[in-house]
Design a protein around this ligand. Structure first.
Ligand SMILES: Cc1ncc(C[n+]2csc(CCOP(=O)(O)OP(=O)(O)O)c2C)c(N)n1
Ligand code: SF4
Length: 428
């Protein structure tokens, strides 16, 4: 039995809309090619054309306006299987918004066929002009007509390296032209010239599509038909996943944690908050703990606060947020300002470690005050406050933290090493 790709007789478009022609002929073309439902991945985005997904029984992916080609590039690279057909439906509006994705996909030779539904305007939002609207073509918001020609997407993607490109008129049976494009490897594109019967016709009464195309000097032809170039972006055998573990740290020490501890360390940008935090969680890893570190700082990274959310846990950490930290460490006024909401919400079970130069905030937290800035300098206040936390809690051996410190760039200062050893190592 013939495979049915479309599961309904009632397509969702207005009467006479060429989007219907494209969908029905896509079905025919896929049948001609003997494709099965699971061979096809249809990627669409926003616009009238994008509401077709639910009518197709193939795989479908629906994205943000103009981003279908970017999504399809990822799908194509991810499956990297010439037997699967990735088809993109995009409007002239979407192609305007996501033009760079089209150029990139053509340039990189991603294996897909893009079908540009060029009805020369933004249909779904009421007929605004797109960058494809031909000179003189009127739309409801451009009653005097466009004053310059639209983009020639076929020339652009041809120049970018596409292997098959054609422009056709969306009248009658276009399944042969679509079959041609679908059967090509590499990046192919078919631009289908269309009419939006609701807005295009209303604004251009009596318009005939073929005459309009001719008058506007839009060529109906095949721009390129060549063997695809090497699929440049997928030559690598294996791209490591971001989830692959990267940091191998051998367990050398024992920890004393029964449950996860959530620490909020808050100080000033440029004062070693992030370095101290990284060093501390690595020390946790030396003790066999699972750890996460999340930095927060303004976009202007050199001024203002710098904070780190740290979680150290004997179990897997499934959620890296910590809206109510167990420990709040404040090493500067910037850090105090930024941590205010945590300090206000702290309970009797919270531990607050705070620098002695700061005005003591009102809080229910158990508070430890220390001269971090005065004794060790602002740049070392966060690191030494974490030493203080290890001293207070005993959650990991001081030696684990110190070993990590000595292996770090922060230990280049002999003075700092001496100060830290005097303060924290002797008293263990
Ligand atoms: C980035 C972005 N800009 C604008 C919109 C608003 N918007 C929704 S549909 C649409 C028009 C779609 O036109 P086109 O892509 O040509 O498809 P058609 O409706 O003509 O089929 C616009 C502008 C949006 N959703 N996202
Ligand atoms: S508004 Fe235009 S583009 Fe949208 S379905 Fe109707 S005729 Fe087609």
């Amino acid at each position: 039995m013939e495979t049915k790709f479309i599961n309904t007789n009632t397509l969702p478009f207005c009467r006479g809309c060429t989007h219907t022609t494209i969908s029905q002929n896509t079905e025919k073309a896929l049948q001609k090619l003997g494709k099965s439902l699971l061979d096809v991945i249809l990627v669409t985005d926003i616009g009238c054309l994008g509401i077709i997904d639910k009518a197709f029984d193939t795989h479908t992916v629906h994205g943000l306006h103009g981003r279908s080609v970017a999504l399809a590039s990822g799908v194509s690279a991810g499956i990297n299987n010439p037997d699967k057909k990735v088809i993109v439906f995009i409007g002239d509006g979407g192609a305007t918004i996501g033009m760079q994705h089209l150029i990139d996909a053509a340039h990189n030779g991603y294996n897909m066929t893009v079908v540009v539904h060029n009805n020369m305007l933004y249909g779904m939002t009421g007929g605004q002009p797109s960058e494809f609207t031909p000179e003189g073509f009127r739309t409801p918001t451009l009653p005097d007509g466009a004053q310059h020609p639209g983009y020639d997407i076929c020339s652009l993607v041809t120049a970018a390296g596409a292997s098959y490109v054609s422009r056709i008129t969306g009248i009658g049976d276009i399944s042969d032209q679509l079959t041609e494009a679908f059967s090509r490897d590499g990046f192919s594109l078919v631009e289908v010239m269309e009419i939006c019967t609701s807005y295009g016709v209303k604004s251009n009464p009596g318009m005939k599509l073929k005459a309009l195309i001719e008058e506007a000097g839009i060529e109906i032809k095949t721009y390129v038909d060549k063997k695809p170039e090497v699929y440049k972006t997928n030559e690598k055998e294996h791209t490591p996943s971001l989830f692959d573990p990267k940091l191998e740290i051998e367990k050398e020490f024992e920890h004393k944690l029964d449950n996860a501890v959530r620490i909020f360390l808050s100080g000033t940008a440029g004062e070693g908050v992030q370095s101290g935090a990284s060093l501390f969680v690595r020390a946790g890893m030396r003790c066999g703990l699972e750890v996460t570190k999340k930095g927060s700082y303004p976009v202007t990274v050199g001024v203002g606060f710098s904070a780190a959310n740290l979680i150290l846990s004997p179990e897997n950490i499934l959620y890296t947020g910590a809206p109510e930290p167990d420990v709040i460490i404040i090493t500067s006024q910037d850090g105090l300002n930024f941590a205010k909401k945590f300090i206000d919400n702290a309970s009797e079970d919270t531990l607050l470690i705070i620098d002695s130069t700061l005005e003591m905030p009102e809080t229910k937290a158990k508070t430890v005050v220390h001269h971090f800035r005065e004794h060790f300098g602002g740049r070392n206040a966060s690191l030494t406050a974490l030493y203080e936390y290890v001293r207070q809690s005993g959650m990991i051996p001081m030696d684990a933290l110190h070993k990590q410190f000595l292996a770090s760039h922060m230990a280049k200062s002999e003075k700092l090493v001496k100060l830290i050893e005097e303060e924290f190592l002797g008293s263990e």
